[in-house]
Design a protein around this ligand. Structure first.
Ligand code: DX5
Ligand code: ZN
Length: 232
């Protein structure tokens, strides 16, 4: 199993009034990606942030910006996020009428691409597009809100996704990351990693843990996530 784990704080749970500082502080606590949740009040019942916010935070960090599009349709907005500095763009198959074309659009815009699977969305969407995918993202909650409970069936699905990805990586020699998103915390991250995930989104578990203006306020929770991963 891959031991090189990445932690991706979801800024959905950050203090938006201080977003820039939140990002600087959470990355300096030892996290890897900025997970950027884009919701359109159409594909999911919530409305969040767009390319303007991505562009505004881009100069603040060298960390990978991992844009998770919960929008429908996806194609119109993909190049805007690439221009705004996104490194990875993932979208839900239900958000695209032509999945292969949307994946190519992400790559042609200069970003790494990925597909996101809702709890009930089958992994078969991967089968004919592996060559166009850099990340597989499994939702462990239904998308739309932070702070929900991890759905345990995701552990079985992670094992299945791990097998598909390992088979493909052996054959192609190309890396694909397996990310999990929703309800991840220091108590469950170890079993989630054992099921096969290598990249972990955590929103409320991280941003809910610090209250004041201490720049090191996220160190404790990030260390407990890392300590749990070290057991894998
Ligand atoms: C949910 C979002 C998640 C969410 C995770 O639709 O995609 O990224 O912010 O938040 P937590 O970690 O609180 O479940
Ligand atoms: Zn997300």
């Amino acid at each position: 199993m891959e031991k090189n784990f990445r932690i991706a704080p979801s800024i959905l749970s950050a203090n938006f009034a201080k977003l820039g500082q939140e990002i600087v502080d959470v990355i300096s606590s030892g996290t890897d990606f900025v997970h950027f949740d884009v919701m359109d009040n159409h594909y999911v019942p919530n409305l969040t942030i767009g390319p303007l916010v991505c562009e505004a935070i881009r100069p603040l960090t060298k960390a990978t910006i991992d844009v998770h599009l919960m929008v429908k349709p996806v194609d119109r907005i993909i190049p805007d996020f690439a221009k705004a500095g996104a490194d990875i763009i993932t979208f839900h198959p239900e958000g695209s009428d032509h999945i292969d074309r949307s994946l190519s659009l992400v790559r042609d815009s200069g970003c790494k691409s990925g597909l996101v699977f809702n709890p009930a969305t089958p992994l078969e969407y991967l089968d004919h597009v592996m060559d166009k995918i850099d990340m597989v993202l499994l939702m462990s909650v239904n998308p739309g809100f932070g702070g929900q409970k991890f759905i345990p069936e995701t552990l079985n699905k992670l094992s299945q996704a791990r097998k598909k990805i390992d088979t493909y990586m052996e054959k192609s020699g190309r890396q694909i990351w397996l990310e999990v998103d929703g309800g991840v915390n220091p108590n469950n991250i170890e079993e989630i990693a054992k099921a096969g995930a290598d990249t972990f989104v955590a929103g409320s578990a991280i941003f809910g843990s610090g209250k004041d203006s201490d720049p090191n306020r996220y160190d404790t929770v990030v260390k407990s996530l890392r300590d749990a991963l070290a057991q894998v």
